[in-house]
Design a binder for this molecule. Sequence first.
Ligand SMILES: C[S@@+](CC[C@H](N)C(=O)[O-])C[C@H]1O[C@@H](n2cnc3c(N)ncnc32)[C@H](O)[C@@H]1O
Length: 239
Amino acid sequence: MASASKTAPNRGVIHPFDGKYGTDTSGFLGPEELVMGRANDAHNHGYSAIAPSVFREACRRWRDTLPAVSGKIEAYSFVDVGAGKGRALLLASELPFRKIIGVELCEDLALIAQKNVARWSRAARPRARIRVVQGDAAKFPWPRTPLLVYLYNPFSCSLIERMAETLAAAPGSGLVDLLYVNPTCADTLARQAFFERLWTARIPMDEADQKADPYGTTSDLVSIYRLARARDHLGKRSP
Ligand SMILES: C[S@@+](CC[C@H](N)C(=O)[O-])C[C@H]1O[C@@H](n2cnc3c(N)ncnc32)[C@H](O)[C@@H]1O
């Protein structure tokens, strides 16, 4: 396994987002640093936070895939599968989601995320309520509302496979989208065919994000998927 300093040469850099809002979302933790004897520790891909410029642009492009009449963002719950320190939850609250939920396996990270939500709620104006749940996403009971399930490469393909199965079988509206950053398990989703890929693109980071990126990269690959049967509810409009 590559050492953390090789994988993430900028792991100690504090992102200006944290300076601005008094939060603690920066940094990098390798998978081996998150092992605490939990059932799914071995599948964990580690912690780093999404680049705000990539997240905002990805959400903008997701919104463009929603039909004007039947696809209102206010109906959707945003669920961050592997919420880490909660940066994506805070950013999601810039949009009028119905609710925002983060599920995080690691107790320490979930606690930091909860503190960040409290700080953010004082410093910014969240447009939706944010809840952090400490636990394994493999056991998470999905809300029955339309869902935007957000993943920033949280875990291995065997767990992605199980998650997609439970989402496809979950009772609810049948409207389920995935926003998948660094989609390393795209082949797994394609093989299962529960979700259709609407769109994939490499989104460039802005300058501030590039300077603070733990991996020293300048862009992220992002895909948007839609539960195949959701297309029947929403109509077949292409993005
Ligand atoms: C790359 S970080 C993404 C953090 C955050 N979503 C963001 O975009 O800023 C992935 C997170 O997934 C968490 N994770 C891994 N396996 C998990 C599981 N089975 N259930 C819940 N969280 C998990 C890790 O602990 C880590 O914090």
